[in-house]
Write a protein that binds this ligand. Structure first.
Ligand code: AP5
Length: 213
């Protein structure tokens, strides 16, 4: 299953809820890169300049990282992908790898949100350093100020949520990632969901789409 949409659409928020409901593991390439950057691995060192600018990390690095993660025990029977694929090359590499394992993408859940709303969501987002859970004063705020409800980790604001990087991420999404909507529509796998509603309303619609499977 793929959670698809522009930066700030609520992919991470919804994937976390769906993972809890379905038991599927939630795999997010953004979080894999943040972890690699935090741990200063070779992958993190190579990804950091692209990540900081709001550009896509090159396909060769991203595809290799994702396929390695998909091969881990908890993902072999299915998962919720968030933030991957983001280019046609990534989408075809994923299709090829799944075909090789006798598997396929079931659905692509595409969350649509107007750009003004995306800007407000990203500017006000706080992320947990421990588990990556996300908060926003207007939609979901922790019980203890500055601490994650789920794991107690410290909340921080991501470097790529600064205005210049956000502008760049939105441009990159329109140019390189949005064309995949037609790719998955052509495969009959696209489900479009209006994400400009409460977290619970969006989640209800996504769960209904999953029940059909
Ligand atoms: P990544 O971490 O994937 O960032 P993104 O796609 O830009 O998505 P976000 O995490 O910003 O948003 P989201 O849709 O998950 O929204 P969220 O739920 O947090 O990628 C970061 C970088 O890594 C990329 O720029 C790139 O450099 C690199 N990268 C990653 N994958 C890559 C790939 N495949 N190829 C190449 N490079 C890659 O919600 C946002 C806020 O809104 C939160 O505060 C939340 O509380 C709030 N909110 C959520 N839903 C609602 C709602 N319904 N109403 C009101 N507020 C809401």
């Amino acid at each position: 299953m793929i959670l698809f949409g522009p930066p700030g659409a609520g992919k991470g928020t919804q994937a976390a809820i769906l993972a809890e409901k379905t038991g599927l593991v939630h795999i997010t390439t953004g979080e894999l890169f943040r972890e690699a950057i935090r741990k200063e691995t070779e992958l993190g060192r190579q990804a950091k300049p692209y990540y900081d600018r709001g550009d896509l990390v090159p396909d060769a690095l991203t595809i290799g990282m994702l396929l390695e993660r998909l091969a881990e025990e908890d993902a072999v029977h299915g998962c919720l992908l968030d933030g991957f694929p983001r280019t046609l090359e990534q989408a075809t590499a994923l299709d090829d790898a799944l075909i090789g394992q006798g598997q396929a993408i079931d659905k692509v859940l595409c969350i649509q949100v107007p750009e003004d709303e995306l800007l407000g969501r990203l500017a006000g987002r706080w992320t947990c350093r421990g588990c990556g859970d996300v908060y926003h004063r207007q939609s979901r705020w922790p019980k203890v100020e500055g601490r994650c409800d789920r794991c107690g980790g410290e909340l921080y604001q991501r470097d790529d949520d600064q205005p210049e990087a956000v502008r760049r991420r939105l441009e990159v999404y329109s140019r390189q990632t949005a064309p995949l909507i037609d790719y998955y529509r052509g495969q009959g796998k696209l489900v479009e969901v209006d994400g400009y509603r409460s977290v619970d309303e969006v989640s209800g619609e996504l769960q209904a789409a999953l029940k059909e499977l």
